[in-house]
Design a protein around this ligand. Structure first.
Ligand SMILES: [Zn+2]
Length: 225
């Protein structure tokens, strides 16, 4: 699974011209059919709508491995868009709201919201460690961006994610704001909110791996393509 731009036309063009790097080797990904359709709930409140989508599938020209391409707004293994889950995490971490209050406001099942919050809290230490490392490695001015102490472990993880997003924006001179959601989803290929993935996550960073290889010209992260 690979996180790509939210714009399908851009993704298609990038695949056709060989602009999408394989996360496993030095090959390029080409169009290779479509993944199974899925329905994603969009919207931050009770008026959410279900959108049916069918992610693009691609295959590497060298290692022949196929990869499902997930747009940057989507979180892997979740039925809701990343921004909804992120809003719930902010409400809990910054405002101290409980999962029942958050669930009522966004119109999602209580158990679903509780699952999002638990997953983030469970992964918070690892998220903080991983993105602190990425901040030091990727940001040109990591010291300036160094996250302020947040409220609790989850708050600190959120602060690090925000600092990393700012670091990416500065590094690639982005003309648009890079949210911590985009940065976090892109750097984990959509698995930011999967506690099980963090529990077994390798200490590498597929989306930026080539950009960080010594002396190589930086590869633009998916969120900027
Ligand atoms: Zn490959």
């Amino acid at each position: 699974m690979l996180t790509v731009s939210h714009d399908p036309a851009v993704v298609e063009l990038n695949l056709l011209v060989g602009r999408v790097a394989c996360p496993d080797c030095d090959g390029r990904l080409r169009p290779w059919g479509w993944a199974r359709p899925r329905v994603v709930r969009e919207g931050l409140d009770t008026k959410w709508v279900g959108r049916s989508l069918r992610p693009r599938r691609s295959r590497c020209t060298i290692c022949q491995v196929t990869h499902v391409l997930l747009e940057v707004r989507l979180a892997a293994r979740r039925a809701d868009t990343a921004e909804v889950i992120a809003a719930a995490i902010e409400a809990k971490t910054v405002l101290g709201q409980g999962h029942r209050t958050i669930a009522a406001r966004c119109g999602r099942p209580v158990s679903t919201v509780r699952g999002w919050l638990r997953a983030f809290a469970t992964s918070a230490v690892l998220i903080g460690e991983r993105f602190t490392g990425l901040l030091v490695r990727d940001a040109l001015d990591a010291v300036v961006l160094w996250p302020k102490p947040g409220g609790g472990i989850s708050g600190e993880a959120l602060s690090v994610l925000m600092a990393y997003a700012e670091g990416l924006a500065r590094r690639f001179a982005a003309t648009v704001t890079v949210t911590w959601i985009d940065a976090g989803i892109a750097a984990t290929n959509g698995r930011l909110f999967c506690a099980s993935w963090w529990a077994g996550a390798p200490n590498t960073n597929p989306p930026l791996r080539q950009a960080l290889a010594g002396g190589k010209v930086a590869t633009t992260p998916a969120i900027f393509l």
